[in-house]
Design a protein. Structure first.
Length: 151
């Protein structure tokens, strides 16, 4: 399995929870997951003492956890899923979006965005789009530039 296929498998496992929370609550707190050395997907959340913790703080905690795990080679891929605002390509206004920050130990990295609008009639999702990521999780890993980010 390629690095891209690994992170896509991880994203496909994690995104349904964000969609479920948006349908129920209209939003969600950041969470993540990783693929361990044996290929298993593990879901990860952050517990905070605050009733309404900062999303940025939760993302930082997840990133720190994944960096430590990557350094000790406990994982081969990571994902942090967050609720963000983004201007999709070709648009002029910002939308809420599910963002998946995907990173692989070989250096592959992508930011995947799934814009949406919540209304009284439900949740409407728009075209998914991607950007190349920075891969700060595995920053000491060799970068493989042979795989392109899917648009």
């Amino acid at each position: 399995m390629t690095a891209k296929e690994n992170v896509e498998k991880l994203m496909d496992e994690l995104i349904p929870f964000a969609r479920k929370m948006i349908a129920i609550e209209g939003e969600f707190y950041p969470y993540g997951g990783f693929i361990n050395a044996t290929g298993e997907i593990v879901h990860v959340g952050v517990e905070k003492d605050d009733e309404y913790p900062s999303s940025a703080e939760m993302e930082n905690d997840l990133q720190a956890t994944f960096y430590r795990m990557a350094k000790s080679e406990e994982c081969i891929a990571t994902a942090i899923v967050a609720n963000v605002r983004v201007i999709p390509p070709g648009e002029k206004k910002a939308y809420d979006a599910i963002r998946a920050s995907l990173n692989h130990s070989n250096g592959y990295s992508a930011l995947i965005f799934l814009p949406y609008v919540v209304s009284e009639s439900g949740v409407e999702y728009f075209q998914l789009f991607a950007h190349k990521g920075e891969n700060i999780t595995f920053k000491s890993a060799a970068i493989d530039t042979t795989e392109e980010v899917a648009e």
